[in-house]
Design a protein around this ligand. Structure first.
Ligand code: SF4
Length: 115
């Protein structure tokens, strides 16, 4: 396990991005790092020095235990805060997401799975 994405790029075949103890995105290193799907992964990668993306500054606070229902990232999600994810906002705040398997690139996000 590493918190260094550059190191992951060089030594790993696959990557799993975690938020509050849950895998939120998984896939090959190349697919996740060049085409992140989950808003948390997008925010992480946006602040790397070599990123061309506009840096995403997360607002809100991580939830305390026990976790509230819904997506564990919903209190800080930039898509929910901006209204972009408003069609799935109720799901974000109420419906837990499935544990991701080890298949192709996948993101535990209602916005991604309904798009
Ligand atoms: S499920 Fe909703 S709150 Fe969670 S990351 Fe996706 S859009 Fe954001």
């Amino acid at each position: 396990m590493t918190h260094d994405l550059g190191l992951a790029w060089n030594i790993a075949d696959r990557v799993a991005v975690m938020y509050l103890g849950r895998v939120v995105e998984t896939g090959t290193v190349e697919s996740v790092l060049t085409n992140p799907q989950h808003p948390y992964t997008q925010a992480l990668l946006s602040v790397l020095p070599e990123s061309d993306a506009t840096p995403v500054l997360l607002t809100g606070e991580p939830p305390t235990l026990p976790h509230p229902p819904g997506c564990r990232f919903h209190a800080r999600c930039q898509l929910l805060a901006s209204g972009e994810a408003s069609p799935v906002a109720d799901l974000c705040r109420s419906q837990d997401l499935p544990v991701l398997g080890a298949g192709e690139q996948a993101a535990a996000c209602h916005w991604v799975t309904t798009a």
